[in-house]
Design a protein around this ligand. Structure first.
Ligand SMILES: Cc1ncc(COP(=O)(O)O)c(C=O)c1O
Length: 399
């Protein structure tokens, strides 16, 4: 007998990648699959100091419930940081989230009725598909080029899907490809959103982890009609264990997201918000981000240099200016999921994320996402060397 369930659960299923990643958690395997920041760079001394103050000196309020939108002081500090990205807002425009992932869950509830078309980059972040799937959308993927989402293709997709109302993008160091959207594309995106009355979710999870070049303006800073919901996060610039992110949007949208937040979990952790606020007050987060940028640039170079040396000629991979990932593309008949299951885990002792899981509609099987931030140098070199040699062997066998 099967127990009754909501129909929406049809789309909430464990997938093969979950099983592969569990296999990759074996300590004998070096995993390049996760999106983990380098834990050795967490500013633990400073975090210790601010948690100490939060508990000892502010304990009665830091351990109490607070307003569901989140600590007003922290929201004001975030609003002030946003000004440097050209986004003018106040604490009232900011909603604190349990990581930006929660923003995706709340946006799904706010925006998606069953059968609605949601536009995303193709490939896109797995977490958005997981968050949106229960609301039973249909996805329309837009091709990615080196300059981010391909705007000509977006125009085509909008023509085919005139009822589309939601577009999700990661314009800076996109997960999984590392691509960044150029300024001209950002302007065109806003013009198209205005024309077609779209709500745009701009996910900026990696924006501040830039180690080369100049940042184009945030899409939100080009938004004159209040149709962009900006998502941000402390996960990649401070520590993901805080589970603190934020949404910034026009009053009508932020208020409704706030009501959904109240229903979901009442509020973010008061003590974590107090600690983050004290961190911003007492220490220089930008100094810390500077340390991260240097370290990730070095690790990215190390990974890509090793790949250039050992990977077969036929494999192409992206060279991002920031973020945590490179995206490797193999010949079109190659299946990276099958290769990982058959050989990469057992012979190279390496895990990665097979690319197919990132595609919203038409799956492609010949890609892999590799993370360079989470493993120490020696493991990056050993892992990429072993993977490259094994790929050469596999491609030679295939003839
Ligand atoms: C593009 C993107 N958005 C959002 C998130 C969620 O991050 P968090 O919930 O830790 O803020 C991630 C995490 O890896 C991500 O890659």
């Amino acid at each position: 007998m099967t127990l009754p369930r909501a129909r929406r659960m049809d789309l909430v299923q464990p997938n093969a990648v979950g099983e592969l990643l569990r296999m990759g958690a074996d300590p004998a395997i070096t995993s390049f699959a996760g999106g983990y920041p380098d834990a050795t760079l967490f500013p633990l001394e400073q975090l210790h100091a601010v948690y100490d103050t939060a508990v000892r000196e502010q304990g009665q309020s830091a351990m109490q419930y607070t307003v569901s939108d989140g600590s007003p002081k922290l929201r004001a500090q975030i609003a002030a940081r946003m000004a440097r990205h050209g986004v003018t807002c106040t604490a009232d425009d900011v909603l604190m989230l349990q990581g930006s992932q929660q923003g995706l869950d709340l946006v799904a509830k706010l925006m998606i009725d069953p059968g609605d078309v949601v536009i995303t980059e193709s490939p896109t972040f797995v977490g958005v598909l997981i968050a949106f799937n229960p609301m039973q959308p249909r996805y329309a993927g837009v091709r990615l080029g080196p300059g981010g989402m391909d705007m000509d293709h977006l125009e085509e997709v909008l023509k085919k899907n005139p009822g589309a109302k939601l577009l999700y993008t990661i314009p800076d160091f996109q997960n999984p490809t590392g691509a960044t959207m150029e300024l001209a594309a950002r302007k065109r995106l806003i013009a198209l959103a205005n024309k077609h009355n779209l709500v745009v979710v701009e996910d900026t999870a990696y924006r501040e982890v830039r180690f080369a070049g100049e940042a184009p303006p945030m899409i939100k800073s080009l938004d004159t009609e209040g149709r962009v919901i900006l998502l941000g996060s402390f996960s990649k610039i401070l520590a993901p264990g805080l589970r603190l992110g934020w949404a910034i949007a026009a009053p009508e949208l932020i208020q409704q997201l706030g009501l959904l937040k109240l229903a979901a979990d009442t509020q973010c952790s008061t003590v974590n918000m107090a600690a983050a606020s004290l961190f911003l007050e007492r220490f220089d987060l930008d100094d810390h981000i500077g340390v991260l940028r240097q370290a990730y640039r070095r690790k990215k170079d190390l990974m890509l240099d090793t790949m250039r040396q050992h990977f077969p000629q036929e494999v192409r991979f992206t060279d991002p200016d920031g973020g945590l990932f490179t995206w490797a593309t193999l010949p079109s008949s190659f299946n990276t999921e099958d290769f990982m299951r058959r050989r990469a885990l057992s012979e190279a002792k390496v895990a990665y994320v097979p690319g197919a899981s990132f595609f919203p509609d038409k799956l492609e099987h010949n890609h892999m996402r590799l993370n360079y931030s989470g493993q120490p140098d020696a493991k990056i070199v050993a892992g990429m060397t072993a993977l490259g040699k094994l790929l050469k062997d596999e491609l030679a066998r295939k003839g």
